[in-house]
Design a protein around this ligand. Structure first.
Ligand SMILES: C[S@@+](CC[C@H](N)C(=O)[O-])C[C@H]1O[C@@H](n2cnc3c(N)ncnc32)[C@H](O)[C@@H]1O
Length: 348
């Protein structure tokens, strides 16, 4: 899929308000006035997001934040106030026009805050994020993840720049089934945040493949349903932009439901790959649920209420977010002879 349609759409969206791209969330209803008072109205009104990245509401002072695809810079400016003068916010966008708009409002925001801790930079996060490895505390993005044409590279790059133990927090669109091919191939639907959407399972698998763990999804609202998609992207009477659909293809598109969701996931505190040594630690899973699969490894399953040997690395992971509220990790009792942790010994 070429990036031309995406670039073209967001160049136009930088110059005029494209109502069809616009969101279903009014930030003024979701944030207290003090979180938004330093942001010009035009920035708040030019909202091309599809929700709110959860972490944007709870950022701590001093954090280093990266916002992918900031558009007019709204989420960067909110983050700038929350992380304070000691924090730093990067906004990475591939579109010159959008960057120009965001930079236009930057002095006004800086004057209201009394400091300038935002840097807007040009780049494509699904090619290379032009930042150091292990340098970012939180990655935010609002309706941008689905626009990545190379998601494998995008998640690898996000994983690289995040500090161990840190989080990505997206507002994005997901489907509950993989999208029909005809919809995936529709250029215009790509730029409209539709064709690049993954099912939750696909998204979760890809994040896991890149090394992330603890993927959670919170549904926000219905973004679009099949009939609307048929109407927007296919000419059912004749040759549409992606050609005429067969009855079966029409039915497949009609069944699609797209949801706005909040997604979170963590970079583990330690690299889970490589050898794992048991040094006397145990963990017990408290729920909710009857079991938890820590990662794609079939041996990393914890049954509720059952004590299990865990190696040093797993103990570190279970003692950190998001797992620590679901597990108790017991420290070694007395002297323990370290040994390699093997699944057949019920250790992981
Ligand atoms: C749907 S808009 C969202 C803008 C903003 N996050 C908001 O909530 O209003 C998508 C933004 O992501 C940018 N974008 C799309 N693909 C990108 C990529 N691969 N790398 C960097 N920016 C990208 C676009 O230029 C645009 O500014």
């Amino acid at each position: 899929m070429s990036k031309e349609a995406i670039l073209d759409t967001y160049s136009r969206a930088a110059q005029e308000t494209l109502k069809d791209l616009c969101c279903g969330v009014d930030y003024r209803e979701e944030f207290p006035p003090e979180d938004l008072g330093h942001i010009p109205d035009e920035v708040l009104e030019r909202n091309y997001g599809c929700g709110i990245p959860s972490e944007l509401k709870t950022l701590d002072p001093g954090r280093t934040v990266l916002d992918l695809g900031p558009g007019f810079g709204r989420d960067c400016f909110i983050a700038a106030r929350k992380v304070g003068a000691q924090g730093q916010v990067f906004g990475l966008d591939m579109n010159e026009e959008m960057l120009r708009q965001a930079k236009r409002f930057q002095p006004q925001v800086a004057e209201a805050l009394g400091y300038d801790n935002v840097r807007f930079i040009k780049g494509q996060f699904d090619v290379e994020i032009p930042l150091e490895a292990d340098s970012i505390d939180v990655i935010l993005s609002n309706c941008v993840n689905n626009l990545a044409t190379d998601k494998e590279t995008a998640y690898r790059e996000m994983f690289r720049v995040l500090k161990p133990g840190s989080k990505l927090s997206f507002a994005d669109i997901v489907s509950y089934q993989p999208l029909p091919l005809k919809l995936q191939q529709n250029e215009r639907a790509w730029a409209d945040c539709v064709a690049g959407v993954l099912s939750f399972q696909q998204l979760s698998e890809r994040l896991n493949q890149a090394g992330f763990h603890g993927v959670t999804l919170t549904p926000l609202y219905l973004w679009s349903a099949g009939k609307q998609l048929l109407h927007n992207y296919f000419d059912l009477e004749g040759e549409g932009s992606s050609g005429k659909l067969s009855d079966q293809e029409t039915q497949q598109v009609e069944e699609v439901r797209l949801y706005s969701v909040a997604i979170e996931s963590f970079k583990p505190v330690v690299d889970p790959k490589g050898e794992c040594f048991w040094k006397g630690q145990y963990a017990i899973f408290h729920g909710p649920g009857v079991s938890m699969q820590l990662d794609p490894d079939p041996d990393h399953v914890f049954q509720v209420g059952t004590l299990k040997e865990v190696c040093e690395k797993t103990a570190a992971i279970l003692s950190s977010a998001p797992f620590r509220s679901h597990f108790t990790v017991f420290a070694p009792q007395g002297e323990v002879e370290p040994r390699v942790c093997l699944p057949e010994q019920q250790c992981c």
